[in-house]
Design a protein around this ligand. Structure first.
Ligand code: FAD
Length: 373
């Protein structure tokens, strides 16, 4: 099978690259193993701050609702964290004292939303809090359900939740709800806000992240609507590289059928997604055997203080100025590395979601420029 570009990894970076190239008329395939960091996404786009015009277009064309202001957001354990560009579900506040009185609403039997920690955190900020549990008999028991299971049911039940919460509110100016709404319909969190007579803070649950899964679904759909091929549940195992170029890749499922392309993008993520691997002696990139920037003294890989920044998180694939990945010190002519497989080797692109999107744009610009040349 022959494509213009093959992308290895279907997370935020790979999908951004695929959408950008399909929009310009290239024929792309994304090969991706499975879950990616979006399934754990908080809803805030790290290191983006105010989105560029190009990012705004990417989001709006995929139907992804975002909003931007510099402020704080309420976290799952009741603490506050600085946040700016976020999905519309995430409530941004100018300061941690977000109101006067809060009603924290959980679902009876649901253990993945920490209402008492959240109430404690809000009380520390001077809010009075009440915790109440909603019982929706047609959906019980919630105890065995994860956020995504509940969200699937909530797509039909959210109006009933609004009615029930309205009955629970006394004189509270703030309602806190778990982030389990709008899995398939991004307008639902906004409609819940409109339906309640108090400001609403949706707060994250234990993974998977409902807004993150929705974002993944929307990006994948956009890529496929543009004509892209998304090969889910497959894995690129190795590649044919000679004369300084990648000619094809071999996947687990397609076995003898090589995937050929003019250019390739490695968007396989960091350690979490197995885009990078390590043993006691080295950090490596498993598909192409690319050069990885890491410290040869293993004792420097980590910081014994658990909460501190961990140096190994900075390790990543080495690239030239055009994001072409290097092997044995030489850039491979048609292989680009983007997203968290880069670690912190290219700080000019930022970190987290900012790195994923900006490096994807930069690599796709290079591919398009080289086609025209
Ligand atoms: C748990 C977690 C939570 C995070 N939360 C946030 C957040 O809230 N906000 C934020 O800004 N950033 C967050 N980040 C940072 C995150 O890494 C980036 O935001 C971004 O989503 C990374 O995208 P990516 O496409 O580079 O990598 P990933 O999302 O990791 O995607 C890589 C994909 O490649 C696939 N893959 C790997 N190897 C192969 C192979 N050989 N063949 C085929 N497929 C392969 C993987 O299965 C995976 O699906 C988080 C990271 C983690 C690990």
């Amino acid at each position: 099978m022959k494509f213009d570009t093959i992308i290895i990894g279907g997370g935020l970076a790979g999908l951004t690259a695929g959408i950008s190239l399909q929009k310009e008329g290239l024929k792309c395939a994304i090969v991706t193993t499975g879950q990616n960091a979006l399934h754990f996404f908080s809803g805030t786009f790290e290191s983006v701050k105010e989105p560029s015009q190009r990012m705004t277009e990417l989001f709006s064309e995929a139907g992804i609702r975002v909003h931007y202001s510099e402020g704080v957001r309420l976290m799952p354990l009741g603490t506050f964290s600085e946040a700016d560009l976020s999905l519309e579900d995430v409530s941004l506040f100018p300061q941690p004292k977000i109101g006067r009185k809060a009603l924290v609403v959980n679902l009876t039997g649901y253990h993945d939303f920490f209402s008492s920690f959240i109430a404690e955190g809000l009380e520390k900020q001077g809010l009075e809090c009440r915790i109440r549990f909603l019982s929706l008999p047609e959906f019980s028991p919630f105890s065995a359900m994860r956020s995504a299971d509940i969200a699937r049911k909530m797509d039909q039940a959210w109006e009933k939740v609004v009615q029930e919460v309205r009955l629970l509110i006394k004189d509270e100016d703030t309602v806190v709800l778990p982030q389990v709404f709008g899995l398939t319909d991004p307008s639902v969190p906004g409609r819940i806000r409109q339906g309640l007579p108090a400001q609403v803070a949706f707060v994250g649950t234990m993974p998977p992240s409902v807004p993150g899964i929705r974002t993944q679904i929307q990006l994948k759909k956009r890529f496929e609507v543009l004509g892209g091929t998304y090969l889910m549940g497959d894995m690129v195992e190795n590649a044919h590289v000679h004369d300084g170029r990648v000619h094809s890749v071999v996947t687990k499922n397609l076995d003898q059928h090589y995937l050929e392309a003019d250019s390739f993008i490695l968007a396989s993520g960091g350690f979490f997604s197995k885009g990078l691997k390590s043993n006691p002696f080295e950090v490596s990139e498993p598909v192409f055997g690319l050069d990885v920037d890491f410290d040869s003294d293993r004792n420097t890989w980590y910081n014994p203080s658990f909460a501190s920044d961990q140096p190994y998180m900075n390790y990543g694939v080495k690239t030239d100025s055009a994001l072409r990945a290097c092997r044995d010190g030489v850039a491979i002519e048609n292989l680009y590395a983007i997203g968290s497989v880069l670690g912190n080797t290219r700080p000019e692109f930022g970190s987290g979601a900012g790195l994923a999107i900006r490096s994807a744009f930069a690599a796709t610009d290079e591919i398009l420029k080289n086609r025209k040349a």
